[in-house]
Write a protein that binds this ligand. Structure first.
Ligand SMILES: Cc1cc2nc3c(=O)[nH]c(=O)nc-3n(C[C@H](O)[C@H](O)[C@H](O)COP(=O)(O)OP(=O)(O)OC[C@H]3O[C@@H](n4cnc5c(N)ncnc54)[C@H](O)[C@@H]3O)c2cc1C
Length: 309
């Protein structure tokens, strides 16, 4: 692998018109909920969509690109992430109400802000976003959902930039949304979403959001270093029940533990490495396979490389 500082310096020298921030060897752990993982070889925070498009257009095709949001569904491996990691910032942080109970939100806007602004504007149907601690780009990529609704149920269209730097527009139907799945090409970095709700009473929506907040706090380890649901629910079953039946509730490996509160959540007790967490997840998968025959599929995304032994 090229030395980290070399890649960032080379890219900067080759793209003097970049307006965003391009930094070498940037720690990523602190940008994730798990608080684990190595550095990005280069971390780019584009100034806006044009800057992102120009960067990708000019970036040599062999340089790997990854995108992260608020890191709430993410394990960054201990050896870090080769190539460029892109994290959208303030230039993608606008959220505005539009006629017809619509909300337009940049991909870096936290889901909870969209829920709150919709509530204030008297738009119902977006309160479920209160339950998802990511940003809109992650909600699109994961088809995030909670309390009976998913991103796909409220989305009209999304915009994104592909690896060649082309800006693309996707209608909801183009995105082949399924449970925790979005069919947009893997290289697309979402930049904006347009949602539609229904006219609603702000007080009623506020009560719905309060109920969601309370339900989450009782059922999920929201104050821990975690990555949300580790595995997707297999058809006709609940991952947590299979994990419980396999005797994995509370199971520990290094500094990582299967949550006692919700056993589809893994938590970093404080000293876990990414390898501890991933190994614990794989152990859970193996035990569930042995006891129930079901192969759990990771919902959490894992990026980067292991630390050399
Ligand atoms: C306590 C807790 C509770 C949770 N509860 C729920 C829940 O109820 N429902 C639910 O669905 N999820 C839940 N999650 C998981 C997580 O919040 C969602 O998956 C969320 O949508 C991830 O968004 P993010 O911004 O954190 O993305 P990240 O975790 O940073 O990334 C997740 C994936 O999205 C991709 N991505 C991020 N931004 C973009 C972008 N702009 N363009 C393209 N791809 C992008 C990344 O490459 C990665 O593959 C929970 C997580 C935690 C920690």
């Amino acid at each position: 692998m090229t030395r980290a500082s070399d890649l960032a310096a080379r890219l900067k020298a080759g793209m003097p018109n970049l307006r965003g921030r391009l930094l070498a060897d940037q720690p990523l752990g602190e940008l994730t909920w798990f608080r684990v993982g190595g550095p990005a070889e280069a971390l780019f925070t584009p100034a806006d969509e044009d800057d992102l498009a120009a960067f990708l257009h000019n970036l040599a095709p062999e340089v790997p690109v990854s995108v992260i949001g608020l890191g709430s569904n993410l394990i960054v491996r201990d050896g870090g992430v080769p190539g460029v990691v892109i994290r959208l910032g303030r230039g993608f942080g606008a959220v505005t109400g539009e006629p017809g109970s619509r909300m337009r939100a940049g991909a870096a806007v936290p889901d909870v802000k969209v829920a709150r602004d919709a509530q204030t504007a008297g738009i119902s149907g977006l309160a479920f976003l209160r339950g998802i601690p990511g940003a809109i780009g992650g909600a699109l990529r994961m088809n995030g959902g909670a309390y009976g609704r998913e991103t796909k149920d409220a989305l009209i269209e999304a915009r994104g930039v592909d690896r060649s730097g082309a800006v693309r527009r996707f209608a909801n139907a183009d995105l082949d949304f399924r449970y925790r799945h979005c069919g947009a090409p893997d290289d697309v970095i979402f930049t904006e979403a347009l949602f539609r709700g229904e006219p609603g009473e702000p007080e009623k929506i506020a009560a719905e959001m309060a109920a969601i907040t309370e339900a989450r706090e009782q059922s999920q380890p929201v104050k821990n270093r975690t990555g949300g649901s580790t595995f997707k629910n297999p058809p006709g079953a609940k991952a947590w029940q299979l994990i419980d039946a396999a005797g994995c509730r509370g199971l520990r490996m290094g500094g990582a533990q299967v949550s006692e509160l919700h056993c589809n959540f893994l938590i970093n007790l404080g000293s876990a490495s990414a390898a501890d967490i991933e190994m614990l997840g794989e152990t859970v998968r193996r035990r569930v396979k042995d006891t129930s025959g079901v192969e759990l599929e990771w919902e959490i995304k894992r990026i980067g490389v292991a630390k050399p032994a």
